[in-house]
Design a protein around this ligand. Structure first.
Ligand code: MSP
Length: 508
């Protein structure tokens, strides 16, 4: 059994969860469930990022103590995980004792390895991004300097600890040249590599201007820069600082799925921290794109934040899970529009997948006493479709292994389209009068393809595929990729069918 470790970013608790958070968590759930289908031993981590000036300010604004505030806000993110039907292994909070201990241990390790020094910092800092910017990255607007993210920056001067990032330039270049798949998609790899090849400066990793953070060991005046504390969550959960711990040995290093906005932290700073602490860098960092709402950037000030609870109640959970990953290539930006959701659900789920399930299963219910039997021989058309389904499995896996979820889904839908064409052409309703033997063969092959496609779609739409499996009488333990090619036994009895994907009224 191969161990597989996957993480979402830990979410800032200064705000309510929105579709961007839901997107990253569902992506990881899909990749995690796919790995379970492969038979891998999966550890899936998510959680909340609870320190920093931004959270301190939000707590003040809510007239709560920071700890009370983060307890309340973190709960919203925990609830969202189960609401989205995501199966996690652990939910980490950066205010957990285990995490404070782990991040202080990481700090001490870096200090022991002579990777940290105390000096003074002066520079442009954005509270919103929790990041420093070089002057040439900024633009001027109404006498204010603005970071590339659109956030305002302020000039900061304070005593600070520094991490010797500049010393890691060559080692990072060397690591990425030897591991060209360690950042995906490819365009992001190139972007990161050219950033590293530029002028990599030492990184300020502590603050004295606020208190809400992990105290720096042996210097109470400083709290850790939120990113060193935050990134450390990925190793806290699997037992750091005890690197001989079962989980640590089994799961580290892993795959981090992040938004494109936080790629630099994960693919430059984090691997450098890890190598400097004698640990391995992540296996891969995958950067996904951002969603807009009906063409507009999503922002609080525009008041167009998409609430995951609302869209799920409008369209259904699996419908949204599917839309997010079928509509837009994973890695690209995408637009969340009502028209495209309805179209996507109707075309792919109602008319293609749902229709195939419904027409085949209700035909068997009505005409065959719910049982398919008497298969004598498959003809060329049957064999062609079965062979096509095997070819689709290979492609599906190839794409899933590189996190191209959209491409995997496209393969499954090509198989479903082909199967609907096959059913139309073979016309079991005519065969019923001309050849019961052929009718049974066609129904059996169609059921087989429904079963196979439902296994492939299971990671994306677990709830709906379970409904299909309940009609097909397939046991939960048989939902694995190992079982993909072991056909149903005959005679095969199914249960009463029901529509799994209702159509969306476009006018709604
Ligand atoms: N706390 C940091 C991450 C620390 S990880 C060690 C953080 N948190 S966040 O809550 O601001 O963002 C979390 C994730 O949500 C990021 O991956 C970000 O890209 C994603 N999204 C936020 N808005 C988004 C969209 N509009 N669309 C898609 N994803 C977006 O950053």
């Amino acid at each position: 059994m191969n161990a597989f470790y996957i993480t979402t970013p830990i979410y800032y608790v200064n705000d309510k969860p929105h579709i961007g958070h839901a997107y990253t968590t569902i992506a990881c759930d899909i990749i995690s469930r796919y790995n379970k289908l492969l038979g891998n031993d999966v550890y899936f981590l998510t959680g909340t990022d609870e320190h920093g000036q931004k959270v301190e300010k939000a707590a003040n604004a809510a007239a709560l103590k920071p700890q009370e505030f983060v307890d309340k806000m973190s709960k919203n993110f925990q609830d969202l995980v189960s609401f989205l039907n995501c199966e996690i292994s652990d939910f980490i909070r950066t205010t957990d004792d285990r995490h404070i201990k782990a991040s202080q241990s990481l700090w001490k390790k870096l200090l022991d390895n002579n990777q940290i020094y105390l000096s003074n910092y002066e520079g442009w800092y954005s509270v919103r991004d929790e990041a420093f910017y070089a002057e040439n990255e900024l633009t001027k607007k109404n006498d204010k300097f603005i970071a590339p993210s659109g956030a305002e920056v302020e000039w900061i001067k304070e005593e600070s600890y520094f991490f010797k990032l500049s010393e890691w330039r060559d080692k990072l270049i060397d690591f990425y040249e030897k591991n060209p798949n360690a950042i995906k998609p490819q365009s992001r790899f190139n972007e990161v590599l050219s950033f590293i090849k530029g002028d990599l400066k030492d990184l300020s990793i502590s603050r004295t201007t606020f208190k809400w953070g992990v105290p720096v060991p042996n210097n109470d005046k400083h709290v850790m820069y939120v990113w060193i504390d935050a990134l450390c969550n990925y190793i806290t959960s699997i037992g750091y600082p005890d690197t001989n711990n079962e989980n640590f040995k089994k799961y580290w290093p892993g795959l981090h799925v992040v938004g494109k906005d936080i790629l630099r932290f994960h693919s430059v700073y984090w691997p450098a921290f890890l190598m400097a602490a004698d640990l391995e860098p992540p296996t891969r960092v995958f950067a996904h794109g951002w969603w807009t709402n009906e063409g507009e950037k999503i922002s609080k000030s525009l008041g167009n934040i998409i609430d995951p609870y609302e869209v799920v109640s409008n369209y259904g959970l699996d419908q949204i899970r599917f839309f997010l990953f079928r509509e837009v290539p994973f890695g690209n930006d995408g637009d969340f529009s009502k028209g495209s959701i309805a179209q996507r659900i109707n075309a792919d789920l109602s008319n293609n997948f749902g229709n195939l399930v419904q027409r085949i299963c209700s035909f068997i219910n009505k005409n065959c006493n719910s049982t398919v039997s008497n298969i004598v021989n498959y003809n060329d058309e049957d064999n062609k479709l079965i062979a096509f389904s095997i070819n689709k499995l290979d492609k599906y896996k190839q794409y899933m292994n590189e996190q191209s979820i959209d491409k995997s889904l496209k393969e499954v839908f090509e198989l479903l389209t082909e199967t609907n064409v096959y059913v139309d052409k073979q016309a079991p309703w005519i065969l019923k009068k001309t050849s019961l033997e052929r009718m049974n063969a066609v129904l059996f092959v169609s059921l087989e393809i429904i079963r196979r496609s439902s296994i492939l779609l299971f990671p994306v739409m677990p709830g709906s595929c379970e409904k299909v499996f309940s009609i097909l009488n397939v046991d939960k333990k048989d939902i694995t990729l190992n079982n993909y090619q072991t056909t149903l036994s005959e005679p095969y009895r199914i249960n009463e069918s029901f529509p799994v994907f209702p159509r969306i009224d476009i006018d709604d």
